[in-house]
Design a protein around this ligand. Structure first.
Ligand code: NAP
Length: 494
């Protein structure tokens, strides 16, 4: 019986290197590794040994006989990948990225400051601690660690959240020290860190968001999805967000996985959410909610939707929620699994208590309202080829106003500049070469590559950044330093 990778796949590739017969793909030498929506097990190659199951940090792998009815589709999703991407190589892969270890006399002097304790920071710590004697100090602005793994992942995605168990194991190493509640740029400067550590690695993510640049965006009732996500996850910056759930409809601009998370939480049965660690204030508000319809606006067609197949499959199994697909009267093109699922959804009768409308070929024109949001004017779009070969959405004159009192913009995260470091304002990232900003200063995660990928994508990314750092140590481009006494920062911070 083959094993199957299911919805909560985090893409960190632990299973790839654990597999003795190289049947989990895409592998690290494949250009699709790191950008693929998930990893897949070849049913023809799997020997049912369970090594992948033990290696997976988010409980995403199951023997096919244990799949639930909702998960059964993943057996096809895994098999389909190998229909389209056949492979013959059955040799074990070994480590995803071969490492060059420092000898102990060098690595004992390798003391690294990591700024940010989200997935990118924790995977970086793990990579550095593989060098015997090396130490890491992790600085975190909040009083709680794990960044988006704690405050970004939706509470109903419990298996994905369990990645924090792996991070706790990393943090339990004697050579790992937290400095929680310390903000670099405010409590300590980059220069102070650089003077006291062999290297500083920024893993600060992308804490801002893109704007829509349309009229009415600033009205009360219009907010970033990032704020809404922070609200339901109890993030200290967003706990008090003014989320009004008094209208029957919420409109979300964008159809990426963040938009899907928000739509699921808004339509979920509060009694099911009560079993999760959702913020208790958010739960109380959701219990009083009048929302029964969430409309997601995608400016392009279903084939360009930003959500991933595993998350779309997750929508299909929501109890008591109808998924309505509105493609402006056009048939759903393509033969992909996602196109098939969307076509199935479009044909299904409506029965649920609440509904999520996936509305395609529709873009926002302006948010309507005097003092607060009363609606959003939208226009049907047409797709025109751009110079780079992609299809861009342009507005047509076919407009309408959708009534609502809450508009969430879910059009992507954006990095913020880091004091003393260069910044690419267009991409919202710190310019770098494989993670190296200058010898001694590095970046990893979203501030390095932009807001793309999944939690586990950061593992490969961290390996690349740490490889650049280790190359700098070996080439003596950075100076190793005697370890600092732990009390030092307490003195500076008091
Ligand atoms: P995203 O995947 O980049 O999606 C952004 C969406 O906004 C797209 O639909 C995009 O449409 C649309 N958009 C951008 N500018 C717009 C504009 N001016 N007007 C209308 N629409 C606009 O961003 P995200 O949802 O924030 O996700 C960020 C990353 O986190 C992704 O890699 C995502 O997969 C990951 N994530 C994963 C999970 C999970 O696995 N469960 C959960 C949350 C987040 P176009 O395509 O037309 O540009």
């Amino acid at each position: 019986m083959p094993h199957v990778i299911t919805q909560s796949c985090c893409n960190d590739g632990s299973c790839v290197s654990a597999c003795p017969v190289n049947c989990i793909h895409p592998g690290p030498n494949d250009p699709r590794f790191g950008t693929s929506q998930m990893l897949y097990i070849d049913p023809a190659g799997c020997i049912d040994c369970g090594a992948c199951l033990t290696a997976c940090p988010v409980d995403a792998i199951k023997p096919d006989r244990r799949l639930t009815a909702d998960e059964a589709v993943f057996a096809h999703v895994n098999a389909d990948y190998f229909e389209e991407n056949p492979h013959e190589d059955r040799a074990p892969l070994g480590p995803v990225r071969p490492r060059v270890y420092l000898d102990e006399s060098q690595s004992r002097l390798l003391h690294v400051a990591i700024v940010g304790s989200g997935p990118a920071g924790m995977y970086t710590a793990d990579e550095i601690l593989r060098h015997p004697g090396a130490r890491v100090d992790v600085f975190e602005r909040l009083n709680e660690p794990f960044g988006l793994a704690r405050f970004g992942v939706a509470p109903d995605h419990r298996r994905t959240r369990s990645i924090t168990d792996r991070f706790r194991v990393i943090a339990n190493d004697k050579r790992f020290t937290y400095h929680l509640g310390v903000e670099i740029g405010k409590d300590l400067t980059h220069e102070q860190l650089a003077a006291n550590y062999a290297a500083v690695v920024y893993a600060v993510g992308a804490s801002s968001d893109h704007r829509l640049a349309i009229e009415g965006e600033e009205l009360a009732g219009s907010m970033a999805a990032t704020e809404f996500v922070g609200w339901y996850n109890g993030h200290v910056d967003h706990r008090a967000a003014k989320v009004r759930l008094s209208h029957s409809r919420v409109v979300i601009v964008g159809n990426g996985n963040v938009a899907l998370d928000a739509a699921r939480i808004l339509t979920a049965d509060p009694e099911r959410l009560a079993e999760t660690d959702i913020s208790r204030d958010a739960l109380a508000a959701l219990r009083r909610s009048r929302v029964c319809e969430v409309v997601l606006l995608g400016r392009r067609g279903p084939e360009h939707a930003a959500f991933t197949l595993p998350e779309l499959i997750g929508l299909q199994s929501l109890p008591d929620v109808d998924i309505i697909v509105d493609n402006g009267g056009e048939p759903i093109a393509g033969n992909s699994q996602a196109a098939k699922i969307l076509a199935e959804m479009a044909a299904e009768p409506n029965r649920g208590r609440r509904r999520i409308v996936l509305r395609f070929r529709t873009a926002p024109v302006r948010v309507v309202g005097a003092e607060r949001v009363e609606g959003i004017e939208v226009a049907r779009t047409k797709l025109v080829p751009a110079a780079d070969g992609s299809l861009r959405a342009t507005l047509t004159d076919d407009t309408e106003i959708i009534e609502t009192d809450m508009v969430l913009r879910s059009v992507g995260y954006r990095g913020r500049p880091i004091p003393s470091l260069p910044f690419d304002d267009k991409r919202g990232t710190v310019p770098n070469d494989k993670g190296r900003v200058t010898p001694g200063t590095y970046v990893v995660g979203w501030i390095k590559r932009g807001p793309t990928g999944f939690i586990g994508t950061n593992r490969n990314d961290a390996q690349e950044t740490v490889a650049s750092l280790i190359a700098d140590v070996r080439a003596e481009r950075i100076q190793l330093k005697q370890r600092q006494r732990r009390r030092m920062w307490r003195k500076v911070l008091v």
